[in-house]
Every structure is written in structure tokens, then in C-alpha cells.
Design a protein around this ligand. Structure first.
Ligand code: FAD
Length: 310
């Protein structure tokens, strides 16, 4: 994995992006975690409040003349003359171009896109506000962290010093929220060596859309009717730039084959029931492999320290 991340640093640096490789000591100093073999640091990165971001985008769209209808799910999109008719429970809209951006949802019109992705249940928590002195010990620069483990570990800080972290449940049912809240808080305490497990003030859950090649997909649903999914668990920035790019392309009538995201025909994920459980199986196997790798790293490092002491 070190080779993969270092290649990524080089690829970004070749594009003049402010990205650098951190050695294990630097990575530990900036993340509070001492098991990493190194890290990619991107000075252009940062933290945003995604709900505030979505609300700001909506305000900008309305200011530019867009009409937003909340609580009016599109039930179907059908051919109407040379264009399309989008039906809701209360009425319809006729349009020459339709862009379906419904992520992993599958109800009503969303099914045309939702059936092409694997749904991934993600849980996230916000802890109680933590002491600033404690935060300075593990995150002096207050940088968001995300790692490459199969059971990925992430954390970021809010302006009022809450830790936000997340995880996936092997069984995303049967009281999974309360179970995940306990598990994620305990993991935060263990990974960041907090003096105690922080209290969880908020937990929420959502469904991320995963494509079979882990890349954003533009789906051709008919003449002037497109679906787009750019999530794969990290879509806040991706969907924002993709939306801007597609909006402009549709308005300007740019050929879709010129876009940076390739056009796909709508292909349903095979064996959807099994696909729904694929993330859980991957998580179980990956978690075991993660634990083995961490054990080996710790043994190798304590061996090296022992050799130095001797
Ligand atoms: C818990 C969690 C944590 C995450 N953390 C991060 C992170 O740290 N960084 C990051 O980059 N990404 C993260 N993601 C992923 C990110 O949230 C998504 O990539 C992003 O929100 C996708 O944006 P979108 O506009 O494609 O879809 P969404 O934001 O899901 O919007 C889809 C919209 O379509 C609407 N809809 C559904 N069906 C219909 C219908 N039939 N008619 C009309 N409307 C419909 C829905 O109500 C919804 O408003 C996280 C996701 C989850 C669930």
C-alpha cells in the first residue's frame, strides 16, 4: 500500500498539486496514530459541514432562477414527445433534458440509477466537545484523517471540538445504530489513545453508492436523460464538481463523449441481494487482514527498538 500511496503523491505532484509524502514519524506527529508506514498530506484539503454546503448550493441555485420542490419525489420519467415527463404524486414537469442525481436511492424514478450501484450503509457519530489541550496532543494542526485500512478509520474535528468518525456495520440491522455508536467511540478512544471513551452526542446513518469499478458513472438513460453517481463514499467534493460540469454540458449541448466521466449504459448490479451483503463480507475479511498487518507492524517496530536498545 505504501507504493500505491507514494505513486499517488507523485501523480498529484506532477499535476502541481500541493501534495507531499510524510514519513512514519511525521505521520504520527500529525495524526496521533503511530502504526502508519507514512502518509499523503494534501495542503489543499480541509473540512466542511456538508449540510451547510448543500444548503448554500440550493441558495445559489435559487438565486440563479432554479425552482426547488421539496417533498415531491419523482415517481417516473417517461418519454413525452421529443422530451420527458417527470411525474410526482401531485403533478408533472415536462423537460427536454433530465438529470437524475438520486445516489443509491431506489424508490420511484430513482430506481433507474439506484439499481446500477451497490448500496453501502455508513454510520457516523459526533462526540461531546473535547478539551482543546487533549486535541492538541493528537491533532496539532486539526487536520482531517482518513486511512487505507479495509475497515477504514477516519476522524475530523468540528469548530466546537467534537470528533466526527464513522464506520460500516457487518449486520446493518438489529439495533445497528446504538451498536455502531459504541463501537465507533471505542475505536476513536483506542486509535487516538484518549484517556476515556468520549460520550456520543449524535449518530446518523446514510447510504453511499458504490460502483463496481469504484469510479464515478454517467449513465445514459435515453436521449437527453442522464443519471450520475460520483459518490463511492467520498462524494461531497466529487458530486459538487460533477454537478457543475454536467449542468454546463447539458445547457451548452456539449457532446457527452467529451466529458471527463465516461458514458455507461444502465447495467443493473448482478445478483442485487448478494451485492447488498458484499460490503459486509469485504469488511469481515478486511478487518481480519487489518489486525494481522497492525500486529506485524507493531512486532517489527518493537523488534527494531529492541535491537537499537541492545
Ligand atoms: C454517513 C456518511 C458519511 C459520509 N462522509 C463523507 C465524507 O466524509 N466525505 C465525502 O466526500 N463524502 C462522504 N459521504 C458521501 C457523500 O455524502 C455523498 O457522496 C454525497 O452526498 C452524494 O451526493 P449526491 O448529490 O450524489 O446524493 P445525495 O446527497 O444522497 O442526494 C440524493 C438526493 O436525491 C433525493 N431523491 C431520492 N429519490 C428521489 C426521487 N425519486 N425523486 C426526487 N428526489 C429523490 C434524495 O432525497 C436526496 O436528497 C458520506 C456518506 C454518508 C452516508
Amino acid at each position: 500500500m505504501v507504493g500505491v500511496v507514494q505513486a499517488r503523491v507523485k501523480a498529484w505532484a506532477d499535476l502541481d498539486r500541493p501534495v507531499e509524502w510524510l514519513d512514519p514519524a511525521e505521520a504520527a506527529g500529525r495524526t496521533g496514530i503511530d502504526i502508519y508506514h507514512g502518509a499523503l498530506a494534501d495542503r489543499s484539503g480541509g473540512v466542511i459541514n456538508p449540510v451547510a454546503h448543500a444548503a448554500a448550493l440550493a441558495r445559489r441555485a435559487e438565486a440563479a432562477g432554479a425552482l426547488i420542490h421539496e417533498h415531491s419525489a419523482a415517481q417516473s420519467v417517461t418519454r413525452q414527445g421529443a422530451g420527458w415527463r417527470v411525474r410526482t404524486a401531485k403533478g408533472h414537469v415536462d423537460a427536454t433534458r433530465v438529470l437524475l442525481c438520486t445516489n443509491a436511492h431506489v424508490l420511484g424514478a430513482a430506481r433507474a440509477l439506484g439499481r446500477t450501484v451497490i448500496p453501502l450503509n455508513v454510520y457516523q457519530i459526533a462526540t461531546e466537545p473535547l478539551d482543546a489541550g487533549l486535541i492538541a496532543r493528537f491533532s496539532p494542526g486539526r487536520e482531517p484523517v482518513s486511512d487505507t485500512r479495509a475497515n477504514i478509520f477516519t476522524f475530523r474535528l468540528t469548530a466546537d471540538n467534537r470528533l466526527i468518525s464513522g464506520g460500516m456495520a457487518v449486520v446493518p440491522y438489529l439495533g445497528a445504530e446504538a451498536r455502531m455508536a459504541r463501537r465507533i467511540a471505542a475505536r476513536l478512544a483506542a486509535e487516538l489513545r484518549l484517556p476515556q471513551v468520549p460520550h456520543v452526542d449524535h449518530i446518523w446513518r446514510g447510504t453511499a453508492a458504490v460502483t463496481t469499478d469504484f469510479l464515478p458513472h454517467l449513465v445514459d438513460l435515453g436521449p437527453g436523460f442522464l443519471g450520475v453517481t460520483a459518490c463511492n463514499g467520498r462524494g461531497v467534493a466529487m458530486t459538487t464538481v460533477t454537478g457543475e460540469m454536467l449542468g454546463e454540458a447539458l445547457l451548452m449541448g456539449r457532446p457527452l463523449n467529451d466529458l471527463p466521466i465516461p458514458l455507461h449504459f444502465p447495467a443493473a448490479v448482478p445478483a442485487p441481494f448478494l451485492a447488498r451483503w458484499a460490503p459486509s463480507i469485504f469488511l469481515l475479511q478486511g478487518d481480519r487482514a487489518d489486525r494481522r498487518a497492525i500486529r506485524q507492524t507493531r512486532q517489527a517496530r518493537s523488534g527494531a527498538n529492541g535491537a537499537r536498545t541492545a
